[in-house]
Design a protein around this ligand. Sequence first.
Ligand code: KG4
Ligand code: ZN
Length: 347
Amino acid sequence: MYILALESSCDETACAIIEATHEYGHPQHRLLVRADVVASQAAVHARFGGVVPEVAARHHIQNLIPVIDEALAQAELSLTDISALAVTRGPGLIGALLVAVQAAKALAFARKLPLVGVNHLEAHLLSAYLEAEIPSTRPPLPHLGLLVSGGHTSLVLVHDFGRYEVLGTTCDDAAGEAFDKVGKLLGLGYPAGPLMDRLSTSGDPSAVTMPRAMLGAKRGLQMSFSGLKTAMAAHLQANGLPDSEQAMADLCASFQAAVVEQLCRKTALALDKHKLPAVVLSGGVACNRALRAAVAKLCAARGVSFFVAPPRLCSDNAAMVGAAGYYRLWRGERADLSLNAVANLPL
Ligand code: KG4
Ligand code: ZN
């Protein structure tokens, strides 16, 4: 079975083709990524310092068909080989989402194919189910999902495919948004997360004191990252921009350590409370090396298994949409041609 998946919720126009090798439940069942094409608009939005919704929608319209063509070429398949379609229907920028939703509906109508709408957050959460070579390498159910992206930061109890319980979430900025905003203050361009990650590797995380928010017991699994932006702004006002490469690296590492520590403490708290056998890290910030290492260490210390998709499948892509779509199709879900995009679609 080949699933063609589309994603256009923010500034990435993406198409992927997923091959489900066997029925779900078969011992050799695997979801293979046969094609994974992402046209990023990051360079287009960089000069604005963030994503401009209308510009994003216009670029999706331009890029979507070439991206689909490229995915089919990569998989060495044609549209006649495709068995089903999956598309992100939310959450995201409404004008951007509508582009892929409408394209998927047109394809479903023209080729009489089953179609499912997918939640973007669910797609991130299930990204670690892709390309699993043998069943034992797949995350068990239930597990704890730590979803850390540019738009969302949540701890999710994944009971089963399609059954998600949000245990805690940020009450202000997402962690990725904090990376991008702080990076902007430091003059590091947009999106700043990947560069701050790289710079941090040669920095001293204890060089500058950054606040550790929401650690009181009554805060539970609530998180907060906007105070870090304020702390960085105050630091820069008092000290000016870093005057050397080392000072910049130290500042990035200090900020990153505060983000990672908050995420790890909340993950540990969730594990204490819910006694789950595994943690699955996902979302664009899951590319962050310090975060991957810290969550892996935390899991090892508790005897809990740790899963994370390769970086390519953590940041926005359509392969994860294909994975989430597969499990919806397997449950018998079908969308009709009234399928619509929803900007604030809950998990
Ligand atoms: O999941 P994603 O691609 O898009 C959303 O759904 O939001 O996440 C994008 C976010 C951006 O804020 C970006 O700066 C951040 O992920 N990011 C990183 C790294 N790579 C991407 N943040 C920290 N370290 C990284 N290596
Ligand atoms: Zn995303």
